[in-house]
Design a protein around this ligand. Sequence first.
Ligand SMILES: [Zn+2]
Length: 222
Amino acid sequence: MHFYQKFSRHKKKIGNYKNILYSCGIHPLYLSKCNKIDLKILKKLAQEKNVIALGETGLDYYYQKKNKKEQKYVFRKHIKISIELNKPVVVHTRESIDDTLSILNEIESKKCKGIIHSFTGNVSSAKKILDMGFYISFSGIITFKNADEIRRTAKYIPLDRLLIETDAPYLTPVPKRGKENQPSYLKYIADCIVKLRKINMEYFTEITQKNFYELFQLKDKK
Ligand SMILES: [Zn+2]
């Protein structure tokens, strides 16, 4: 089944709720199922009113090293559509941070805004992402035992550029490991960051909510 059929089917299944918004993209790990027509349809779907972002898009060299060229091509296409429609990109990057950053820094990409999702990088790559005006989002990985470096990075990110996410059904945070992830578990990610940053939860939820509305340009629809 093509991604657009899947997308339409999911949307239909979920129903039309004002508080459910979509991001629309071809994930780098699904490229083998995509063709040029899909990219045209992608733009069409991305224009729909309740689609607020392009993505996930990006590069994944952890699972797929053989089709780097194709991954880069499709990533650039998403960026192009994102600029044309003025909707941010949600970027997936795994073992590919250098290429991801260099594509986002190309002249044609400069106008692009977005977020690096489920970030697992160090302070030095975070700095480069922030310099591009991008946001950084942390998933349940930040609560994992061996995630000291990610926690160090989270301490460094300015709060007005930080977001959290489930990435459900994957990456369930501690202490719910082994269960399917769900939105209510976001509180464990929030707890972890609040402790790291020594701030109170109310302030953190306010600022991440504000970040969300700003990144996805939803101020007027609040
Ligand atoms: Zn991802």
